[in-house]
Design a protein around this ligand. Sequence first.
Ligand SMILES: NC(=O)c1ccc[n+]([C@@H]2O[C@H](COP(=O)([O-])OP(=O)(O)OC[C@H]3O[C@@H](n4cnc5c(N)ncnc54)[C@H](OP(=O)(O)O)[C@@H]3O)[C@@H](O)[C@H]2O)c1
Length: 283
Amino acid sequence: MQKIKLNNGVYMPLVGLGVFQIDDLEECEQTVLTAIASGYRLIDTASMYLNETAVGNAIRKSDVPREELFITTKLWVQDTGYENTKRAFEDSLKKLQVDYIDLYLLHQAMGDYYGSWRAMEDLYKEGKIRAIGISNFFPDRVVDFIAHNEILPAINQIEINPFYQRDGEIELLKQNGIATQSWASFAEGKNGIFNNDLLTSIGRQYNKSVAQVILRWLTQREIAVIPKSVHKERLLENADIHDFELSAEDMDAIATLDTGKSVFFDHREPETAEWLTKLRYDA
Ligand SMILES: NC(=O)c1ccc[n+]([C@@H]2O[C@H](COP(=O)([O-])OP(=O)(O)OC[C@H]3O[C@@H](n4cnc5c(N)ncnc54)[C@H](OP(=O)(O)O)[C@@H]3O)[C@@H](O)[C@H]2O)c1
């Protein structure tokens, strides 16, 4: 598995498995075990996904040593603030059945996320987290966050797919030493992405699937990916993207698919902020 070097020197796999919406806990555990046996080393979960325990069971049962795995989890809005974050972090450790987290992310730029970051900085300094980062931060929040905190986030995990490309934002992150990780690289299958004519015809040239073209389009620019699949053949397919290179013409052609808009919702809309504030999980 290829890796990228984060701004604190920690190496993170470029390709990992995301487990959002794998709600059946047995299926989640089995998927993570299959992914690890297939060569995956990074697993991306979140307290809000309610499947940290299933991920933890798979980590415990797998024969790959803990230190070879890279585990990401995220702090939800309801747990923001200094003390709450420390509590939520301990809860995630317990569910994941590990004694450190590789990457801990602020899931949203909402609530007392500055208080949370202070707790995350302390946990990082204590060696309980190897890297800390952010998710769903837009450029204004990123700039403010860098200016008012001691530790620079290692990554920003944001929605990026062929329909929402965000080149300017990725450049801003890069200039500031923050790596980008794409969520919903496949737009969760929306807008007929897997049958898109352009992506299909590009794939044909390289004997690769649409999924592989998308993941290559991202990783070729060092954008990390965490595609979700519960199917072994797709897990293998999604990891098999290192033996070809998209030409500059193909990259330019894919750029034309950008709509400049999220496939899901705009985090900056008041309705979205209200919905996310009300969205709570039962720990
Ligand atoms: N930070 C955030 O706010 C945030 C938000 C959303 C997601 N995420 C993270 O990002 C990860 C990925 O995003 P996502 O799960 O939302 O969506 P996604 O990866 O864009 O799409 C997943 C969908 O694509 C299908 N699929 C996967 N590989 C395929 C292939 N090779 N061919 C055809 N279909 C394929 C999957 O179906 P099957 O499973 O049936 O194969 C599933 O329906 C999440 O799991 C989560 O870890 C983070």
